[in-house]
Design a protein around this ligand. Structure first.
Ligand code: FDA
Length: 459
């Protein structure tokens, strides 16, 4: 231990000794803590917020239960599905009967059924061709080792936007393919991340075809809300979980560590830091982390998205034969879905404003922002969409202990340069969240996989 640690031992009288300290009570940290506790280890979980769940947060506003963070479960997410099963949580299908709506580059609103957008034949053929290309690239990738892809260096040196421009001169085809990975997934403009990161996003969900299939990727929701996963995991861990305990200092040596949070200290053999890469720098490490650890986290950043929850007296779109699903690369709300709660007679839409559109809207006052959002929903679903009974915006960029959404991704070149280091331990300390997952990258499924892996590493 350092001199500082010795000093701390003398001045603080609340030092506890455990086998493992887990920092962060998101799904990753709670999964790791559960696995370690099941193996008989003495574990404590320290969480900065006054609640558990991190980017999962089910809350009620204006008498409507809202999924402020993550909510959807898809069939490929087998780690999450198994966890739901173990915790006894039920799922229900997103409402999806009726026609979808697409607004094209010409500004014309068109209704459609099936998976394909109503675009010109050439545009549709180009979207299909690029989808095949991306599926081929994703199939050649091990999402746990994207830097080993046969074309890794070539694809990591070019932005996804520039790569798309090389593939086709059909602007609407490009804009549609871009939509699925830029605004809809990484929540960054397509000039801000590499083609390799785009392929990772696809490979982490099994294929690009999965990402474009809303009925697959946004298949199910959890009755009562997805935050019940961390809430139930934390309940089983009981008084091992401490909220309002932001870790600000970790003193470590090869023998173990002393972790400081909210004026208390814990001595442990191993530490699991399950906080997003961008927040690791808020913790002081003594001695400091190796240079590559200080570097790589400066190249992985959160995207930005405003998640909109708009509730109406009834799901009026269903009467008009619409599913509530709508897309447009040319609208400020680039995608929206029927998000009515299980058993609720009212109708709720969820919509998303992402990357540069989110930047722009966050500069407006609340009334102007609401007007822009409702205007977009009305163009998709009709004038009734402008008259909700409740309206709420999840703005994770305002959250001190997240500061963005949905997750983090590397800048251009970062994945090949730093990817091999993201799971590297430092002395007794392991790091990880869904941001460094392979399968389930950026998703709850990835958080569970990373949490299990962290537990395997420290046992
Ligand atoms: P997470 O960030 O949840 O947990 C980290 C924890 O560490 C937090 O609780 C934080 O407070 C804490 N912490 C940080 N610094 C600390 C410190 N110094 N000391 C102590 N604690 C500290 N996924 C999905 O599967 N389906 C979906 O539909 C969506 N949709 C979606 C929408 C929105 C708006 C968001 C924001 C996210 C999603 N996601 C999603 C993503 C999903 O929610 C996310 O990948 C996981 O919940 C991440 O879980 P982790 O535990 O890895 O990190």
């Amino acid at each position: 231990m350092t001199e500082h640690a010795e000093h701390t031992e003398h001045t603080e009288h609340t030092e506890h000794t455990v086998d493992v300290v887990v920092v962060g009570a998101g799904v990753t940290g709670l999964t790791a803590a559960t696995e370690l506790t099941d193996r008989g280890l003495d574990v404590v979980v320290l969480e900065a917020r006054d609640r558990v769940g991190g980017r999962l947060w089910t809350d009620t506003h204006d008498d409507v239960m809202l999924e402020l963070g993550g909510q959807w479960v898809s069939p490929d997410q087998t780690a999450l599905l198994a966890t739901l099963d173990r915790l006894g949580l039920d799922t229900f299908e997103r409402y999806r009967s009726g026609a979808g709506v697409y607004i094209g580059r010409d500004g014309v609103r068109r209704e459609f059924t099936g998976a394909d957008f109503p675009v010109a034949d050439r545009t549709a053929a180009e979207v299909d061709r690029i989808t095949d290309l991306l599926d081929g690239l994703a199939a050649a990738m091990d999402p746990d080792r994207p830097w080993e892809h046969p074309q890794a260096h070539e694809l990591d040196r070019i932005t996804f936007g520039a790569w798309l421009a090389e593939q086709t001169d059909d602007v609407e085809a490009r804009d549609n393919v871009a939509l699925y990975i830029g605004p809809a997934m990484l929540t960054k403009p397509v000039h801000a991340f590499s083609a390799l990161s785009a392929v990772l996003m696809a490979a982490s969900a099994g294929s690009f075809s999965h990402l474009v299939d809303a009925d697959f990727i946004l298949d199910k929701r959890v009755v009562g809300g997805l935050q019940q996963v961390p809430v139930r995991l934390a309940a089983a861990l009981g008084d091992r979980v401490h909220t309002d305990s932001a870790v600000d200092l970790v003193e470590w040596s090869d023998d173990g560590a002393v972790v400081h949070a909210a004026g208390r200290t814990w001595r442990a053999r191993r530490v699991v830091v399950a906080v997003p890469p961008t927040l690791v720098s808020r913790i002081r490490f003594l001695p400091n982390l190796p240079p590559v650890h200080l570097q790589w986290r400066q190249h992985q950043s959160f995207g930005i998205v405003i998640k909109l929850h708009v509730t109406y007296a009834t799901p009026f779109w269903r009467d008009a034969g619409l599913s509530g699903t709508a897309f447009s690369p040319y609208e400020v709300v680039h995608e929206c879905y029927d998000n009515t709660n299980h058993g609720d007679a009212r109708g709720t839409l969820v919509g998303f404003v992402s990357d540069e559109n989110a930047d722009e809207l966050l500069l407006l006052d609340a009334a102007e922002r609401r007007e822009r959002v409702l205007g977009s929903l009305a163009r998709f679903l009709g004038p009734e969409a402008a008259h909700p009974v409740a309206y709420y915006e999840s703005r994770w960029s305002f959250e001190e202990w997240t500061a963005g959404a949905y997750a983090t991704s590397f800048d251009v070149g970062g994945l090949t340069r730093y990817g091999p280091f993201v799971r590297q331990p430092v002395g007794p300390i392991e790091f990880g969240t869904s941001d460094v997952a392979g399968l389930g990258f950026q998703h709850v499924d990835g958080a569970i996989r990373v949490g299990r892996d962290l537990a395997d590493r420290v046992r």
